[in-house]
Design a protein around this ligand. Structure first.
Ligand SMILES: [Zn+2]
Ligand SMILES: [Zn+2]
Length: 122
């Protein structure tokens, strides 16, 4: 898989809950909605090793095309945490976080991120 921001190769990184893809260059993180929604925030923070400066640079990159299906991804803002932006695919639900963004995300699991988006009582 190629990074949707800088087109470098993505590497697999393991967390106790799932395997996530991380860019070998900009260190952005890719989460598949269905497979990785149980990744704990502390695991995500542990693999979010990139420079926030690089992340901020790529945060402004667009358009962002889904690395799985080529769909243009939608820029999202984390609920209540407007300094965090990420890109989500409207087709497969995968989400890309720039380096450093996840370290700031105050939530328990990735599932909470998507619950913020789609509503808790759906
Ligand atoms: Zn990259
Ligand atoms: Zn997709």
């Amino acid at each position: 898989m190629k990074c949707p921001k800088c087109s470098s190769n993505m590497e697999k990184v393991r967390t106790p809950e799932a395997t996530v893809d991380r860019c070998t260059f900009c260190r952005g993180l890719w989460f598949d909605l269905l497979e990785h929604q149980d990744v704990a925030a502390k695991s995500a923070k542990a693999i979010d090793i990139g420079s926030s400066g690089v992340g901020r640079k790529y945060d402004k990159h667009e358009p962002v095309l889904c690395p799985l299906d080529g769909q243009r991804m939608t820029r999202m803002t984390a609920l209540g945490q407007p300094h965090i932006h990420y890109d989500q695919c409207p087709i497969c639900g995968g989400a890309f976080f720039d380096a450093g963004e996840f370290r700031d995300y105050k939530t328990t699991t990735i599932a909470d991120v998507f619950r913020d988006l789609f509503g808790r009582d759906k």
